[in-house]
Structures are given as C-alpha cells and as structure tokens.
Design a protein around this ligand. Structure first.
Ligand SMILES: [Fe+2]
Ligand SMILES: [Fe+2]
Length: 228
C-alpha cells in the first residue's frame, strides 16, 4: 500500500490494488462478481463496465467499508456503548471472517509448495469464527441484556467467564501472528495473499479494540456490588 494510492479516485485504481489494500473489499468484489485476482490489473471503472455493473454502486459499497473502519468516537452511555460494540465489532467479525477463511483456503491451495505458505491459517480462522460466535452469542443473549436492565455492578460471575474467553481469543490471535510471521508477505505475493494478510491484520486490530472496550470500559461498570 502506498500513501499516494489513497489520493487517486477509487474508480481509477486497479481492482487488484483495492482488494489488496482495503480490508473487506474482496467481499464486495465477490458480490459484484468482479475478478480481483487474476483479472485484477485493470481500473475499477473498466472492470465495472466489462462486468455490466454500475461503478458508482461499487464505489459506494467500498466507501461504506472505509466509514465502518474509521475512528468512531466511543459512546459513554452504557446502552450506546453496547450498541457500538455490536455494530462496529460483532457484525464486522461476522462479515469479515468468512471472507478471510475463503481467501486462506485459496492461498493455501494455490501456493501449497511456497516455503512461506501460511499452513493451517484457514483452519485457525475457522476455529476462531466458531469460538467467537459462541462467545458473542453469550454476550448478546445473556450479558448485554442483563447490563441494559441494571445501572451498575452485580454481574461478576458472567464477566469472569467473558474475560476468560477473551484470554482465549488472545491465544488465537498469537497463533495467527505466528502462522503469518506477523502478517509479513513474501516477495511477489499475489493479490489474494495480500488481501488475506491485510484483512487478517485488520481482524487482529479490531478484535483487540473490541476486547479492550469490553474488558476496560464496559465490564468494570458491572463488577462489584449490585446497584439496582
Ligand atoms: Fe463482544
Ligand atoms: Fe467479548
């Protein structure tokens, strides 16, 4: 990724470059059936024309990813903070992880002989998705509704379990970093490999921010004596 790339209008950048540098873009290209890998060396505007899709629609979808990924002020009020965690993190993990698993399977299959191929990455991501889904469901169905009903304190027992789950997520992240050498691409990596590591690094950042907001901002409000 180069800084200058970010100043060129999206429609003039190549599909492959956008896929490699904008986390989540590959999912949008799949949705519009635009080839971002083998046929990715053409400008988005040309790819859209060839594919018979409206380039403005594709750009709009890509720009929405940017907004989701940008720094949003963290709400202070508990109900708003929970909504923020659900929209910005839970939904993002659910949207992005399946795409990363697909990319991982593809890269591991196509480059199986490459010395730096991330063996086991797709399986690791798949396992993470399963574990995260169970964890997020516990928060969504039990813990967060209980928090919305109370003003403070009284939820130490479920919070201990959630903090324990977060430690497990941290272990999974360390495994991802180890398999990918801290998301370091080999020389000449293809667009899919670039997109896989860009997206996995974003997942790691998002998950760390997500856990930080719960462990350090939300959960402490509900530890200690119940206050109604
Ligand atoms: Fe969460
Ligand atoms: Fe959590």
């Amino acid at each position: 990724m180069t800084v200058s790339n970010q100043r060129i209008p999206l429609s003039s950048r190549t599909v492959g470059d956008i896929a490699a540098t904008m986390p989540g873009a590959t999912g949008i290209f799949r949705r519009f059936k635009l080839d971002f890998c083998c046929g990715g060396d053409i400008a988005l505007v040309d790819a859209a024309r060839q594919g018979g899709v409206d380039v403005a629609e594709v750009e709009h979808a890509l720009n929405s990813l940017g907004e989701l990924g940008s720094a949003i002020p963290v709400p202070q009020q508990t109900g708003d903070l929970i909504d923020h965690i659900l929209n910005r993190y839970h939904e993002t993990h659910r949207r992005e992880l399946p795409e990363l698993i697909k990319l991982g399977r593809k890269v591991e299959a196509v480059h199986s002989d490459h010395p730096q191929v991330p063996h086991g990455l797709a399986d690791s991501l798949q396992q993470m998705l399963g574990v995260l889904e169970v964890h997020m469901k516990k928060e969504e169905l039990i813990l967060f509704p209980a928090m919305r009903r109370k003003s403070a304190g009284g939820l130490d027992v479920p919070i201990v379990q959630m903090r324990h789950d977060h430690d497990d997520h941290g272990e999974h992240l360390r495994k991802l970093e180890s398999i990918t050498g801290n998301f370091t691409l080999p020389e000449g990596a293809c667009r899919s490999w670039q997109a896989l590591y860009t997206g996995s690094a974003k997942l790691a950042n998002d998950l760390m921010e997500h856990i930080h907001l719960e462990n350090n901002v939300l959960f402490p409000r509900y530890e200690g004596p119940s206050q109604g």
